[in-house]
Design a protein around this ligand. Structure first.
Ligand SMILES: Cc1ncc(C[n+]2csc(CCOP(=O)(O)OP(=O)(O)O)c2C)c(N)n1
Length: 673
């Protein structure tokens, strides 16, 4: 059990007010020194944060990665100085006073918004409002999933999320709140910084929601407190912890910029330094006599005591965990260890061997389903799901069990029609540790998930997006459902691998690559329509690992090189075979993952691309292809939106055909690149 610091224990060295004022002073001084930042939220929520960190939050500052720690998500990421102050005050490693003095400076551990991985104790990257709520839902769900597997002795913690008006105005908050309420995530407690101020001024300018009623309608327990009354805050949190069948929201009515004598309660404290005069006034108002970045020894000691108060609980946990076998213990943080990785690679080889013998056409969404079915028993932390497109995405197999409200023993989540919430929750599942999330929707709806996909990439988390119906090949649903610019726009994003496998063998290879890369999220762009198996000769080697490889090399010197991805590789193969009869020697290069190809040696890339003129074929827009094709190369693909018709008719209509490739080859053959 977490030990509580009572008022008695804090006195006489440091009162609650002293401790909260330490946060206020550090926040206003760091923002003032940086000459930019957001003092208002940390000053307003200092009391709530002090109560949480000194009396409730289960953490040990000396062991920031303790798997069963409570998670604290600062969804209102602009208030980063609140988090940095808390990490410094409670004694987290790496967060010394120098870091606070270098707030927002290049190379510091205190960037403008909290960035995952920059310093221990930062559980997620926040700043894009609302994302943190989705992350917290994922973390709270991860806790329940792992609790169902390992029991209370090993996984039993709370997830706290601090959100402002802005987070609650964002659409993603609706999806996240609704999902959490449905799943009865009773160990999720959201502390709402109810200060009624955002950037433009009072929130009454733009919103009149009754937030309590809104959360209540989504099956949450709700409460309302004065955010400057520590005992009321403590009571509300204590009560929320007792509610186990619903998440809790505590609306904390706060004064933004609390302590700034003329500016508190106004939008001017939100995102600018208070100014020297106002800071001096706040010192007087708060009776804070110290110089900037200075605290009395007893006060710092009181805060440091908060940072160590769960040491006994942490030690007891270590003892309990030591009774687990080593592999199980390791997988609480790293769900794909060396053994699991070996098992995945072996399974993928065997699936590839089976696929290569299969004559029937198979959509890559179906191959993907077969791969998932093989892998699920090998990866205890693999948790699938879909945003209400389960049958279309092929994300569910007969081996899955469904995660239900109150029963978290399953392996599959029906996320509902909440693409954005799903993606944000998957980030939380991955961030928690112990889970590898994958989730599906249509590729076109990556637009609905994009802010969260971007954060998967920025944080370098292994989140696998199973995005099916990846082109006009989906046919009759028409242009609203046919992605054309999505591959290009996802390829423009740093640190994400966009896989577009050409057949079932490549699909298996891409799954292996997605699962075994723990620093990069993946998009699997998969077809609705059936594709022939192109890799008929089984090879153990994962050819997709280099991002692109030569599928067909003609005898003698190449006349042209045809580059293609996904469903268009088979068109390229058809064209190459027909060109052979015409005496044109065409190589075919399959490019399942541009990002991985870009990381290969120049020698390898040159060898694959060759010196012959190039043709690129992809049922998507040209954007990005020039770097592979050169100025003279010919691109065959989409020039605008698609249309509603059967897939074959669309390919013909838009001129994405073997005939078009052949014509381009004839035009180019013999020309220098
Ligand atoms: C998605 C997104 N849109 C806009 C912003 C810019 N922004 C940062 S804070 C903020 C206002 C937030 O208001 P609130 O949550 O009430 O914060 P407070 O003023 O109480 O600190 C805005 C619009 C952002 N960070 N993220």
């Amino acid at each position: 059990m977490a030990e509580s610091l009572t008022e008695d224990r804090l006195l006489p060295d440091a009162t609650h007010n002293d401790m909260a004022n330490a946060i206020r002073a550090l926040a206003m001084d760091a923002v003032q020194k940086a000459d930019s930042g957001h003092p208002g939220m940390p000053m307003g929520m200092a009391d709530v944060a002090t109560v949480l960190f000194t009396r409730f939050l289960k953490f040990d500052a000396a062991d920031p990665n303790w798997p069963d720690r409570d998670r604290f998500v600062l969804s209102a990421g602009h208030g980063s100085m609140l988090l940095y102050s808390l990490l410094y005050l409670t004694g987290y490693p790496e967060m010394d006073i120098e870091q606070l003095k270098h707030f927002r400076q290049l190379g510091s551990k205190t960037p403008g918004h909290p960035e995952y991985g920059h310093a221990p104790g930062i559980e997620t990257t926040t700043g894009p409002l609302g994302q943190g709520i989705g992350n917290a839902v994922g973390m709270a769900l991860a806790e329940r999933l792992l609790n169902a597997r390992h029991g209370d002795g090993i996984v039993s913690h709370y997830t706290y999320c601090l959100s402002g008006d802005g987070c609650l105005m964002e659409g993603v908050s609706h999806e996240a709140i609704s999902l959490a309420g449905h799943l009865k995530l009773g160990r999720l407690i959201l502390l709402f910084d109810d200060n009624q101020i955002s950037i433009d001024g009072p929130t009454s300018l733009s919103v009149s929601d009754n937030q309590l009623e809104r959360f209540r309608a989504s099956n949450w327990h709700v409460a309302q407190v004065d955010a400057h009354d520590p005992e009321a805050i403590a009571l509300a949190i204590e009560n929320a912890k007792q509610v186990t069948d619903r998440p809790s929201m505590i609306a904390c009515r706060s004064i933004i910029g609390y302590g700034a004598p003329t500016k508190q309660g106004t939008a001017s404290t939100h995102g600018s330094p208070l100014g020297h005069e106002e800071v001096a006034g706040a010192r007087k108002y708060l009776k804070w006599t110290h110089e900037p970045f200075v605290l009395s020894k007893p006060l710092l000691a009181a805060w440091r005591a908060a940072g160590t108060r769960n040491r006994a609980a942490r030690d007891a946990w270590m003892k309990a965990a030591s009774r687990l076998d080593e592999a199980t213990r390791g997988r609480l943080t790293d769900p794909i260890d060396a053994e699991t990785k070996k098992a995945i690679i072996a399974a993928i080889k065997s699936i590839k061997a089976d696929f290569s013998k299969d004559n029937a056409k198979l959509a890559t969404r179906q191959s993907s389903q077969k791969v998932i079915e093989k892998l699920l028993p090998l990866i205890p932390g693999l948790i699938g799901g879909s945003a209400d497109l389960t049958p279309s995405n092929g994300t569910l197999t007969k081996l899955h069990a469904i995660v239900k409200p109150g029963d978290y023993s399953g392996t599959y989540i029906h996320y509902g029609v909440r693409e954005h919430g799903m993606a944000a929750a998957m980030n939380g599942l991955a961030l928690h540790g112990g889970i590898v999330p994958y989730g599906g929707t249509f590729l076109v709806f990556t637009d609905y998930c994009r802010p969260s996909i971007r954060l998967s990439a920025l944080m370098g988390k292994r989140v696998i997006y199973v995005m099916t119906h990846d082109s006009i090949g989906l046919g009759e649903d028409g242009p609203t459902h046919q992605p054309v610019e999505h591959l290009a726009s996802l390829r423009a994003m740093p640190n994400i691998n966009v896989f577009r496998p050409a057949d079932s063998v490549e699909c298996a290879e891409c799954w292996e690559l997605a699962l075994t890369n723990d620093k990069t999220p993946s998009i699997l762009a998969l077809t609705r329509q059936g594709l022939p198996v192109l890799r008929r000769m089984h090879q153990d080697e994962n050819l997709s690992a280099k991002g692109a490889y030569v599928l067909i090399e003609p005898e003698g010197e190449r006349d042209v090189t045809i580059l293609a991805t996904g469903s268009e590789v088979s068109l390229a193969v058809d064209a190459a075979e027909q060109l052979k009869d015409e005496g044109i020697k065409a190589a075919v290069v399959s490019m399942p993952c541009w990002e991985l190809f870009e990381t290969q040696s120049e020698a390898y890339r040159d060898k694959v691309l060759g010196t012959a003129p190039r043709i690129g074929i992809e049922a998507a827009v040209e954007f990005g292809w020039r770097k592979w094709l050169g100025p003279e190369g010919i691109f065959i693909g989409m020039r605008g939106f698609g249309a509603s018709a059967p897939a074959d008719a669309l390919y013909k209509h838009f001129g994405i055909t073997a005939d078009a490739v052949k014509k381009a080859a004839r035009d180019l053959a013999g020309k220098p690149k």
